[in-house]
Every structure is written in C-alpha cells, then in structure tokens.
Design a protein around this ligand. Structure first.
Ligand SMILES: *Cc1c(COP(=O)(O)O)cnc(C)c1O
Length: 375
C-alpha cells in the first residue's frame, strides 16, 4: 500500500508534470510575471467554468475577502454576520477593517451557518452576511438570500473551500458556489480543491460596478495610470500561479469526482457506526469535500484516537480546534464559553480524514477497517 497522506500534492503534480512545464516555461520566456497574459487567460477560463460574469484574480483568499468587504463600501462599526466555526481569515478581515463580527452558530450536521438563528442576530447596524461554505458544501443560500432581501443586506460568500460545488434552487436553477450572493471569494492555497504552487485567490461577482471597484482596489486603487481615486492595496495573482491554475482547472471536475468517490466509500463504511457521525449532504447542495469531517462520539477520546490512528499510519487533522469567539484576538467581550454550543462541541469532536485526488481503494479500505476496529 502507498503511504497514506493527508494531502498528496506531489502525486497530483506528477500526473500533469509535462503540461505544467510547458505552461510555466511560457511565462518564463515572456518574462511577464505580473499582470501577464496567463492571468487574463485564467480569468476567462474560470469565468467560463463557473458561468460568472466577473473574476478578479488576487493574491490570496484572505485578500479576496478583504477587498470584497471594501468594495461593498462597509464602514467602521458596521456589523457583519458570520460563524465562529471557520478558518480565521473570514473573521480576521472583518475585524481588520473595523467592522464588527456578529457570530451565529452552525448546524450540527452540515457545519454551515444555521439559518434559523440569523434573524435574531440582525440589528440596525447589520450590513452583510458572510456564509462560509465549510469543507466544500454550500450553506443554505435560499434562506440566506431571502433574509438578505428582507433586511437589505449584502451577501459575501466565503467559497474558499467550495469551488465548483453546485447549489440547487427549489425552482431547479443551479449556480456555482461563490456566484450566488453579491460577491464570492476563492482561495488557491495549495491545499484547496484548485490549488496553486503558492498563494492565490479570486473574487467572483455578477455585478459590474462591484467588479470594477474590486479590480481597482486590488491594484492600488488606480483608475488610470498613476491616478488614484481610492486607497487600494497591492494584491495580484502572479503569472506563474495563473499558469499552474490554467492546467489544474482542466482537471478540476475529475479532482472533484475523485474526492466525492472517496467520500462515498467513507460514508458507506461509517454510516452504521454508532460512534461516528458522517458529514450530512443537503439536497440543495453538491459537496466537493475539501475536507471529509466526521464527528466522534463524546464517549471516545478524540486525541487518544488520533494518536492510535497515527501509529497505524493514518494521518488526521482537526479543523478547527478552537472556535473563533473563544480566541483572545476575536472574543471582543461579547461572547464567552457557552455562547455557541454547537461550534464548541464540534471543536471537541470533529476529525478530518485523508481526502485528496490520489487516494486509492486499498488505502480507503485500510483507513475504514482500522477506524472501525479501533472504536
Ligand atoms: C483557505 C481559506 C481562506 C483564506 O484563503 P488564503 O488563500 O489562505 O488566504 C478563507 N476562508 C476559508 C474558509 C478558507 O478555508
């Protein structure tokens, strides 16, 4: 059996090495390392793939979120609703801009924002909702969009983990993750479903004015050469990363299918275990499994269990061990232990298993058999 890795970027790269070399060599030959033709090509390829009007490539997913909030024109003291059970970036950018993060707990089975708890968190200062499509599955966007409409709020999707996950509306319409709200954000960090060989990110929107503003903000707020109408920043996807992403985008559908196949084998093996809760798939959303995250029964000691798995050659990770409202940087006096019981419980019980594009049946079999026999 091949050694099991949490993520196998080496194996993935080897399969497409020749194509990568060609695309990257073109960038080296052109010496257009910033704002080159490869970036425009990638932008157009991604627009086509996601069927979205505008893609603004930026330096990373965190910048995508930051620039989106700026482009929406949010101001100091405005409240932004999101969850405490997410990667830090979602909340970091809110606080960085002097906005106030208002947390809403997540659903115990999907890990996404609990839409039944949003309305009571809305105040006269609320300006935006930031749903995080955690681990690769869309939050309940229909409910979020109707709340946003009722209270006149922006919707900024953190789609950093969910590229390509289709959302299905009740009327049969479908849209890709990140293309549903006013604006959406992607990350191309190497471990994401579409990963570069370094940092990268993108802003998605169907709104022309927002797109123009975001593009301008990402390029120093420059409207014409050396003319600045707003205070911007420097956040650009570089051409070498765009070259890598152009190649990998051709394979993204296959990568997704592979992740879904792995997840289906895990589901099948674990669904009857009384000690494991498998991640729930909602009817309204495809799941692209950036992570496959189970919940371990509270009678089991997760950290001991992890160690046992590690001894058997099975790596695991905990996403995320401490909810953000309990982090000293983000507790802001509003919240305490017990404020978000679902997020707090998940932080104690979740366990993410290896899932990537290079897994084989023998490895999955070994993982499921070992886990079931240890429990
Ligand atoms: C990865 C990630 C980000 C940040 O992306 P970077 O490219 O690492 O800056 C933001 N939100 C979520 C949910 C993520 O998983």
């Amino acid at each position: 059996m091949k050694p099991i890795k949490m993520l196998d970027l080496q194996g993935q790269r080897e399969r497409i090495q020749d194509e990568l070399r060609l695309e990257m060599q073109e960038v080296l030959d052109s010496a257009a390392f910033v704002k080159g033709k490869k970036v425009v090509e990638f932008q157009e390829n991604l627009q086509r793939y996601l069927q979205v009007k505008h893609v603004i490539p930026v330096g990373n997913g965190t910048d995508a979120l930051l620039i989106s909030l700026l482009a929406l024109g949010l101001e100091k003291g405005d409240e932004v609703i999101t969850t405490p059970f997410t990667f830090v970036s979602t909340v970091e950018v809110i606080v960085r801009l002097g906005l106030i993060p208002v947390f809403v707990d997540v659903c115990p089975d999907t890990y996404c924002i609990d839409v039944n708890k949003i309305e009571s968190a809305i105040t006269s200062k609320t300006k935006a909702i930031v749903p995080v499509h955690l681990f690769g599955q869309n939050a309940d966007m229909s409910a979020i969009l109707s709340l946003a409409k009722k209270y006149n709020l922006y919707v900024l999707e953190d789609a950093c983990q969910s590229i390509g996950a289709e959302y299905r509306f009740e009327n049969g319409n479908k849209q890709f993750s990140g293309c549903i709200g006013d604006v959406g954000c992607l990350s191309f960090f190497p471990s994401k479903n579409l990963g570069a060989f370094g940092d990268g990110g993108a802003i998605l929107t169907n709104n022309d004015a927002l797109s123009e503003k975001a593009r301008c903000l990402a390029n120093h707020g420059m409207t014409e050469r050396y003319v600045y109408e707003m205070v911007g920043m420097n956040s650009r996807l570089d051409s070498l990363q765009a070259a890598v992403l152009n190649v990998k985008l051709r394979y993204l559908q296959g990568y997704t299918t592979k992740r879904q196949w792995t997840a289906s084998l895990y589901d099948k093996a674990f669904s009857s275990s009384e000690y494991i809760t498998i991640p729930k798939k909602q009817a309204c959303s495809e799941h692209v499994y950036n992570q496959y995250t189970i919940q371990l029964h509270p009678s089991k000691n997760r950290d001991v269990f992890r160690k046992q798995l590690e001894e058997k050659g099975i790596p695991t990770m905990i996403y995320y061990p401490i909810p953000l409202h309990l982090q000293s940087a983000y507790s802001n006096g509003r919240y305490k232990e017990g404020s978000f019981p679902v997020s707090e419980r998940l932080a104690r019980q979740v366990l993410s298993l290896p899932i990537h594009t290079e897994m084989d049946e023998e490895q999955i079999d070994y993982i499921t058999t070992t886990i079931l026999s240890l429990l």
